[in-house]
Design a protein around this ligand. Structure first.
Ligand code: SAH
Length: 223
């Protein structure tokens, strides 16, 4: 029923997601209202569906971006440090950066160079995005996200935008205590979101959530 949330404008899309209960928290709504999806999705940006962005990547559906923000929200405080693996279009990287303003930082990790450039270019289309890029609120890097980005660890929140073949220990190691990791994991040809919490005492719990369909988290393609 995701299509029910589609709208004619960014505002209508976000309002419909909220009306349908897919956005529950005001801070998530405000952040998504503040980032125009048309800067990131090449066509039909206000439809609640994934769209291809080339290079075998897709920008996830708005309701999945909303679900990720809703889940990670307790850890998305001003000044927080966040890792967005498989940053693709850059849309979620920008929304996450809005949620940790002021003083926060989101590192977007992408393993395809043209997508690193696409995320950067898309983010620079708005004044808010340019400001975040110029003031260190967002940084895009080319790397294998399965290894995380240890250079700026630990992170309050980690989002993975591609389905992993397992629970990459490097990502769990790079979480703060407390911290939260939101990732799709592939098991038995099915994918589910897992929410992995590291408590203050370092204990790690894994909670299986909804079934999903994401692009796989893979080796970099040989171009
Ligand atoms: N959050 C993005 C999702 C893009 S699709 C968006 O909504 O726009 C998933 C992305 O993960 C693709 O861009 C793909 O290139 C990237 N990816 C896949 N495996 C990766 C890896 N090992 N390291 C980094 N990025 C990876």
């Amino acid at each position: 029923m995701a299509w029910r949330s589609s709208g004619a404008t960014n505002e209508a899309l976000v309002e419909n997601l909220a009306r349908n209960g897919l956005i529950k928290q005001e801070r998530v709504k405000k952040a998504m209202l503040g980032v125009d999806r048309a800067h990131y999705a090449p066509y039909a940006p206000y439809e609640d569906s994934p769209q291809t962005i080339g290079h075998r990547a897709t920008i996830s559906a708005p309701h999945m971006h909303a679900a990720a923000c809703e889940s990670l929200l307790p850890y998305l405080r001003p000044g927080a440090r966040v890792l967005d693996i498989g940053s693709g279009s850059g849309y979620l990287t920008h929304v996450l950066a809005e949620l940790v303003k002021p003083g926060g930082k989101v590192v977007g990790v992408e393993h395809i160079q043209p997508l690193v450039e696409m995320g950067t270019g898309n983010t620079r289309k708005s004044a808010e995005g340019r400001d975040l890029m110029d003031n260190g609120g967002i940084r895009y890097v080319k790397a294998d996200g399965r290894l995380g980005w240890p250079q700026e660890a630990p992170y309050d929140a980690i989002h993975v935008g591609a389905a992993a073949a397992g629970f990459h220990q490097a990502l769990i190691d790079q979480l703060k205590a407390p911290g939260r990791l939101f990732m799709p994991v592939e098991e038995d040809h099915m994918q589910h979101i897992y929410v992995i919490d590291k408590k203050e005492d370092g204990t790690v719990t894994k909670t299986k959530d909804m079934g999903v369909r994401y692009v796989p988290l893979t080796d970099a393609p040989i171009d």
